[in-house]
Design a protein around this ligand. Structure first.
Ligand code: ADP
Ligand code: ZN
Length: 717
């Protein structure tokens, strides 16, 4: 298996779940797998197709993608073909000829073909290794993508009792999962439910002001990265695309109001890297298989989290870092509500309303975005800090909400935690209702404690506390608010509450740019990219089928100039090495000749990852340290005066440097020493301090390493 992985696909290691799935398939066991987009599902059946005797039949609903998938497989030297209605009868019989001569390892077909009796019969006379059902959720009427054609796959296992069946999908609730397994008739399948987490996506919510200019600013900072911008209406799509083009951005629109021909052409230009940015309504996406989408921007509030997750899921399928940005303005809520109010059915209306509220909560609360998304799909996220969302890295503007939280919670506690949201808010705002008077709640000590602020504000505080699980709603029809352990800690002043800042802020604070992928030689990348386009055009395939962005990035880090070195690059298997190796090597050689003095790192197994670090942690204690430092004291002296450990003060200095404060680094560490530590970081290719400290046998301390790291990261911004 590993040998095939390396030789055919050029990958060093399996992604999570791939190995165990393939193992079961090779043992002819049925498999049912839910794996997120970009999780690497195709490898799970393409690798067995290469190893097992006979042909692997892949059933896929997206005819438009089949050609690309087959091209990708051919590109790795897998004997592949497809059968669907787009083929002429000659092409069709050529494929059939190959199939019956046992010359195909992989055959993609559309589901409707299974409705043709003679097709099934003819398939029986061919030695088959595996049926792989892609997008398997399409068979379930309960799923959001039901396709009647998929019902042709019902009882596939009865028709072919000796052939294993593996079903794959990226979305399936437990109900849909059972439905799929029953409909296809999987025989005690090995089940994989992989996490919905997409660790390479950076989630961010920005306050929406002039969204066109805000997006333009982002695009300018992000060079020529390809990405998708979603808007809700055709009109806003057209206007934004026009605005971007007039500002020199290579962008095209996509919405249902455009001619089919234009739509197809625009989509194609995007998937073939001819245009960087596509501005689209949510009509755009199904059938988009482009792996190097570097950002997905939502310029308007999505209606629900399912949609948002699916749309952002189109970013970073190649596993490289990508940005997902939502521009959020409170006014967007009322626009969606207007449409929701048109929904006739009361139950349905309250469901969509509830979903909208969850979306708004995602954007408004001081809770890790990743935790919220995963929580929506019933998955708990174990990490305290995900390291890749604006909340966790401290890119958000926040305020202390402890006092307001205590007002709410004290009203709850003083009424024995027996009342619901509205009544508690009535107490806090000092409302004069009959219920308040009946219950004598106007005598509660907190009555009216919050009358100086709007009701709306208190509702927000309650929602914030619910989101942060400081309070919970308990009980069925008339739920009451209860304090959790965290809640009582807050009430008794043992813990603080932070909330996102809600009002408009005029002053623009400097925010980090989000994250980029590993640094690589961009000039070389541009040349390799052009070479890739040339091959892609010759072969009429999208560029990433030649080499993915990740593969090119690696080349731009390690400059492979021989076939042996080229072979070490991830994504370069034997066939691609033979086909393209020499051409890419010759571009790299020429580049190295023109740019003498480039130092080439040894290829190390693990790539560098840069962890963004919280920016603003301007606690009081840090400010005290800063003040003393500015008065000319050394770290050691500050530690003595403040009666704190040197490592603590050093940690403060690190935070101050990262936060962009004016810290004279030379006072902390000698410049020559700093430079040598800087070099060590670059040589080790990791921001982790442990290898550096260990590698120098402790001659460099953790404190020094961290200070230098903060300094380098700040310079890089
Ligand atoms: P899915 O169908 O699950 O959305 P794909 O099969 O298209 O995902 O795979 C996504 C990307 O990951 C592709 O570019 C693929 O080449 C790459 N990939 C898959 N498996 C591996 C692996 N083991 N190592 C590196 N890259 C991989
Ligand atoms: Zn987070």
């Amino acid at each position: 298996m590993h040998d095939t992985l390396k030789r055919v696909f050029g990958f060093q290691s399996f992604r999570p779940n791939q190995k165990v799935i393939i193992n079961h398939i090779l043992k002819k066991r049925d498999v049912f797998a839910v794996m997120s987009t970009g999780g690497g599902k195709s490898l799970c059946y393409q690798l067995p197709a290469k190893i097992m005797e006979g042909t692997t039949v892949v059933i896929s609903p997206l005819i438009s993608l089949m050609k690309d998938q087959v091209d990708a497989a051919l590109g790795n030297g897998i004997a592949a073909a497809f059968l669907n209605s787009s083929l002429s009868s000659e092409e069709m019989s050529a494929v059939n000829h190959k199939l019956h001569n046992h010359a195909l390892e992989l055959l993609y077909i559309a589901p409707e073909r299974f409705a043709m009796p003679n097709f099934l019969e003819s398939l029986r006379s061919v030695p088959l290794s595996l049926f792989a059902v892609d997008e398997a959720h399409c068979i379930s009427e309960w799923g959001h993508d039901f396709r009647p054609d998929y019902l042709n796959l019902s009882n596939l296992t009865r028709a072919f009792p000796n052939i294993p069946v593996a079903a794959f999908t990226a979305t399936a609730t437990p109900n849909v999962q059972d439905d799929i397994i029953n409909k296809i008739g999987l025989r005690t399948p090995y089940i994989v439910r992989a996490s919905f987490n997409r660790p390479n996506l950076f989630y961010q919510v920005k306050r929406k002001k002039e969204v066109g200019s805000q997006i333009l600013e982002f695009l300018r900072e992000h060079g020529n990265e390809p990405g998708i911008i979603y808007r809700t209406t055709r009109d806003s799509v057209a206007k934004l695309a026009e605005f971007l083009v007039s500002n020199g951005i290579s962008a095209l629109p996509y919405h249902a109001g455009l001619e089919g021909e234009v739509r197809r052409a625009n989509q194609e230009a995007f998937s073939k890297d001819k245009v960087n940015v596509i501005v689209a309504t949510i009509a755009f996406g199904m059938g988009i298989d482009k792996s190097n989408v570097r950002f997905v921007i939502h310029a308007d509030l999505p209606k629900n989290i399912e949609g948002y997750y699916q749309e952002t899921g189109r970013a970073g399928r190649d596993g490289e870092l990508a940005n997902c940005i939502l521009f959020f303005a409170v006014q967007d809520i009322s626009k969606i509500r207007y449409f929701i109010d048109q929904v006739q059915d009361g139950v349905e209306r309250s469901i969509v309303m509830h979903k909208l509220n969850q979306m708004v909560a995602y954007a408004s609360h001081y809770v890790c975005r990743r935790r919220q998304l995963l929580g929506y799909f019933g998955e708990s996220y174990p990490e305290e800090n995900c390291g890749a969302c604006d909340v966790c890295v401290g890119m958000v503007e926040k305020v202390d909400a402890t006092v307001d939280a205590q007002i709410v919670m004290s009203a709850m506690a003083r009424t024995d935690q027996r009342f619901g949201i509205n009544h508690i808010i009535d107490i806090v705002t000092g409302a004069n209702t009959s219920r308040i008077r009946e219950l004598n709640h106007d005598e509660v000590k907190t009555y009216g404690a919050g009358r100086h602020k709007e009701k709306d504000h208190w509702r927000f505080i309650v929602d914030e506390l619910l989101a942060q699980e400081a309070i919970v709603q308990d009980g069925g029809q008339y739920p009451v608010l209860k304090l959790t352990k965290k809640g009582s800690n807050i009430l008794y002043g043992r813990e603080a509450v932070t909330a996102l800042k809600r009002e408009e802020v005029k002053k623009r604070t400097k925010l980090p740019k989000g994250i980029h992928y590993e640094s690589f030689d961009e000039a070389l990348f541009e040349r390799l990219r052009l070479l890739r386009i040339k091959f892609a055009e010759e072969q009429q395939v999208p560029p990433y089928i030649i080499f993915s962005d990740m593969t090119l990035h690696e080349m731009c880090v390690y400059y492979p100039a021989t076939l042996t070195d080229m072979k070490k690059i991830s994504g370069v298997g034997d066939v691609k090495l033979q086909r393209y190796g020499a051409d890419f090597i010759s571009v790299i050689r020429r580049y190295l000749n023109e740019n003498p003095g480039i130092s080439i790192p040894d290829k190390q197994p693990s790539p560098v990852t840069v962890n963004e670090i919280p920016l603003k942690r301007t606690g009081n204690t840090i400010e005290k340290t800063y003040k003393l430092f500015k008065q000319g004291l050394s770290v050691k002296e500050i530690a003595e005066i403040r009666n704190l450990a040197i490592s603590t003060i050093s940690g403060h200095m690190e935070t101050l440097i990262r936060g962009g404060r004016d810290v004279e680094i030379d006072r902390l560490i000698d410049p020559a020493r700093r430079e040598s530590i800087e070099k060590l970081f670059r040589k080790l290719k990791t921001w982790n301090t442990a290898p550096l400290v260990d590698g120098t046998n402790g001659k460099v301390s953790y404190e020094e390493a961290k200070l230098v790291r903060a300094y380098i990261l700040r310079k890089a911004r």
